[in-house]
Design a protein around this ligand. Sequence first.
Ligand code: SF4
Length: 168
Amino acid sequence: MTHKPTLAVWKFASCDGCQLSVLDLEDELLLIADQLEIAYFKEATRGELEGPYDVSLVEGSVTTAHDIERIKEVRAQSKFLVTIGACATKGGVQALRNFADVGDYLDIVYAEPGYISTLATSTPIADHVEVDFELQGCPINKKQLVEVLTAYLHGRKPQIPNHSVCVE
Ligand code: SF4
């Protein structure tokens, strides 16, 4: 039996909008599912296959100490890692905390701020691990995502205007 490349989708600090763009692919998702095995995608499926994974899509930014450990694990299990959306590529709107005192926000928002464990900053995934491709947008453009996955399957560079390629 021919091995299909496996796809995993991961969430960090985010609104889930970019994952919804993946789900919104509809017909294209079926086409992709025919060529890639969706091995881990909590938003879409209950089942999960263990890594390593051929392609990982990562949504969201790093905002907790646990996130730092988790993204390192994701990187270790991923041959090709793509960050999707402004949260993952730039830190997202939650990076507003980078210009303020996060403690002030916690005091305003939470009745018991002592229960909240968070970093003082929200940072892009590429600040913590090597990223193979960054897909910008808030949310991402689903046609651009199809182009990234199709390019991967055909072993070529994605043709996306104003994109950031982090490594060859
Ligand atoms: Fe949501 Fe925008 Fe972040 Fe995507 S980039 S997860 S749409 S806030």
